[in-house]
Structures are given as C-alpha cells and as structure tokens.
Write a protein that binds this ligand. Structure first.
Ligand SMILES: NC(=O)c1ccc[n+]([C@@H]2O[C@H](COP(=O)([O-])OP(=O)(O)OC[C@H]3O[C@@H](n4cnc5c(N)ncnc54)[C@H](O)[C@@H]3O)[C@@H](O)[C@H]2O)c1
Length: 378
C-alpha cells in the first residue's frame, strides 16, 4: 500500500495546455445505473461552474451489446447509457472511456461508483496511475472483510491509492434522480471542510440537495447497512406480512445499523442517522430499491430459487449489494462474537444462504438480544 504514494508524486500530470491551471478535472470511475446518473449531475455543474473543466470522463467497463456494438461507442454516439440508464441524455460533455488508466490520468477529482466487489481490482490497477493532488469521493455501498477486520470502501481507496476520500450517500434511487425528481444526499468528510464543500458544489442541483457532515464512517456505514435491512423488508413483502411488520423490521434494522456502526467506530455520530444517508435512505430502499424487489421474489419462491439466479433474471446486469453485504456483516459478527447482538443482520444472511426459511425473518428478529441495543447505550 505504501508505494502508491511515492509513485503518484512522480507521475503527476501537468495541466493541459487548453485549460487554466485552477480548473478541476473530474473523472467518474463507473457507469452503471447510479454511475450514469452521477455523471449527468456532475456534467450539468461542470458546464455551469467556472472552477471545473467542462468535460467529464466516465470510465466504462466495456461490454458488447446484443447489436454487436461496444457500449462506449454507443454512449459517445447517442449520449445515453443504453444498457444501464436508457432514455436519459447524460450531457454532451460526458465522454465514455473504456481505458481505466487513460480515464483517470488527468483528473484531480475522482468519483468512484462501481459495485463494491470490483473496487479492490480497480484500485490495484490504479496504483501509481493517478495524479498526486487528486481528491476522491466514493458513492459505493459495501465493505470488504479482511483478516484484520472490516474495511470500508473509502478506506480501501485511501489506503491503496494514498489519497483523501470523502463519501456521498443518501436516499437516492438512481432512476428517480435521472428524471430530476427532488431528493437529498449527504457528503461525509474526515477533516477538510473545504474539500467537502467542493464536492457539495459539484453534485448539487435544484433537485438534488447535498449537505456535508464530518463523519465518513457513519455516512458510509448507513449507506452500506441499509441494503441488509432492505433484504429483510423484501422478505416481509414476499410473505405479505403487511406494513406494520415492515415498519417493525425497519426500526429494528435502524437500531442494528446504529449499534453496529458505533461498535466498529466510536467516532460515529448519532445525528448522522437523521441525515439523508440514514433514515431517509433506509426508507426509500425498503420501499422501492432493487434489494427489496429481489428479496421479495426470493421469499415468494419460498427460498427455492437462489439470489444469484434471481439477480441475473431480474436486474439485467445490475448488481445486488445487500446479499453480499449481509455475508460480510455476518463474518464480522461471528469473528467478534456479536451474532446474538444483531439478530436481524444474522438472520438475513442465514435466510439468504438457505439455512433458514424466509419466515424466520420475524421469528428471529423478534428474539430479544441478550444485551439490549435499544437501551441507548450504543
Ligand atoms: N442504482 C442506484 O439506485 C444506486 C443508488 C445509490 C448508490 N448506488 C451504489 O452505487 C454503486 C454502483 O452501482 P450502479 O447502480 O452504478 O451499478 P449497476 O449495478 O447498475 O451496474 C453494474 C456495473 O458494474 C459494471 N461491471 C460489471 N462487471 C464489472 C467488472 N468485472 N469490473 C468493473 N465493473 C464491472 C457494469 O458494467 C455496470 O457498470 C453500488 O455500490 C451501489 O450500491 C446505487
């Protein structure tokens, strides 16, 4: 991890001759459903704000479409991501680039937005390839579990590439923001408020209101853990248990999100759970997200069709995050001896792998934890 920093400073790209030195250049690493919407938001602002270069580069994991054409070529010809965000113009200043190294080499602001399982490989490819003065932000929900413990994706990016990484999370179902319906988001930052405000400026539009809070881990864990609760909410929907049960699952889930976050990082603030990244994201994901939808189908089928099979059939290349996050959380819980403290998180994983039936979501979540997390001590 350490050599990354040394290499970067040698390889800092000089400002291009066609731009003023103070202008920031933005590259978006990722081009799925949310990656494409993020590019659209950013591109509308880089055109408007003089402190940014107009062009937004978007790294695209190249795919061949059923027509035989390359996805990048179609995006650059039609200005639409026909596979992951059809029908939405990204902005003429968005340039799709299949070459990861080329896409990042001039940027001093990097936006990471791929499914979390690909980030370790992407970081490995980027070591020594980014500018020394680069700032990053992660829109990625999920974590990596390593021998030494859980590693948030923003930490993975910071450590592997030797850079500062903020996060942006919120009640943000991509397709709704794509058609400019009003919503909010939260930027989490570690120390530098000025950098956080620059990210706020880059993402904010009249229909997308962004607020910064000094709590990277809290914001990122909210965004990550709510996907596990959404799987539970989907089971409840699939079993047709009704709104009261779903609300109860959401409340227990929020309690476990808060307790888990604070046990892992004592710096996590209670107030973060009342930002868009907290309760608002939990609500929207449990009502409308893809994790909820696929979990509903899983429960309707009595757990007889696997999540992998349902994901492939229902999401057309989009990725589920909740099931893999539930597994990662379960590993942390068993490693630390916390399984009894988090009955909802543990049960979601056990149902997902077929060890328990979907109906166990209420039986097990209702079981009182040995040590009550509801007493306000965590
Ligand atoms: N979609 C949403 O509504 C939404 C909202 C907020 C946050 N997020 C988060 O944003 C992140 C990205 O999600 P998304 O919705 O943009 O993606 P997606 O699930 O829509 O698309 C999957 C993406 O992964 C790419 N891909 C496939 N194989 C790959 C590989 N081997 N290496 C690298 N990339 C590969 C695909 O080309 C595609 O761009 C996730 O962490 C997700 O939780 C999504």
């Amino acid at each position: 991890m350490a050599p990354a920093q040394e290499l970067q400073h040698d390889q800092q790209a000089p400002p291009r001759s066609d731009e003023a030195p103070y202008k920031s250049r933005v590259t978006v690493v990722g081009s799925g459903n949310w990656g494409s919407v993020a590019s659209k938001l950013i591109a509308s602002n880089t055109l408007r704000l003089t402190s940014f270069h107009d062009e937004v580069r978007m790294w695209v994991y190249e795919e061949i479409l059923p027509s035989g054409e390359k996805l990048t070529e179609v995006i650059n010809r039609t200005n639409e991501n026909v596979k992951y965000l059809p029908g939405i113009k990204l902005g003429r200043n968005v340039v799709a680039d299949p070459d990861l190294e080329n896409a990042v080499k001039d940027a001093n602001m990097l936006v990471f937005v791929t499914p979390h399982q690909f980030m370790e490989g992407i970081c490995r490819r980027l070591v020594g390839k980014v500018r020394g003065d680069v700032e990053a932000i992660s829109l990625i929900k999920g974590m990596e579990v390593k021998m030494e413990g859980p590693c948030m994706i923003s930490t993975l990016i910071s450590q592997q590439l030797g850079l500062n990484c903020c996060v942006l999370m919120g009640a943000n179902i991509a397709n709704e923001i794509a058609v400019e319906k009003f919503s909010e988001a939260t930027v989490g930052y570690r120390v530098n408020r000025e950098i956080a405000e620059k990210w706020v400026q880059l993402f904010s539009t009249p229909y997308f209101i962004v607020t910064a809070v000094q709590d990277v881990e809290g914001v990122e864990l909210c965004g990550t853990l709510k996907n596990v609760v959404a799987i539970a909410a989907g089971f409840v929907d699939g079993l047709e248990m009704g709104n009261n049960t779903k609300a109860a699952i959401m409340r227990i889930g929020l309690r476990e999100m808060k307790a888990f976050s604070k046990l892992l990082f004592s710096s996590v603030k209670d107030t973060t759970f009342f930002e868009s990244c907290g309760v608002a994201d939990l609500i929207t994901t449990c009502l409308g997200g893809r994790n909820r939808k696929v979990a509903e189908a899983f429960a309707k089928n009595g757990g007889k069709r696997s999540f992998d099979e349902l994901e492939a059939e229902m999401l057309q290349g989009q990725k589920l995050q909740g099931v893999s996050t539930a597994k990662e959380v379960y590993e942390v819980l068993s490693h630390r001896g916390w399984l009894d403290l988090f009955p909802l998180f543990a049960t979601v994983h056990e149902i997902s792998i077929g060890r328990l039936p979907p109906s166990a979501i209420v039986e097990h979540s209702e079981r009182k934890p040995k040590f009550s997390l509801a007493d306000g001590s965590i």
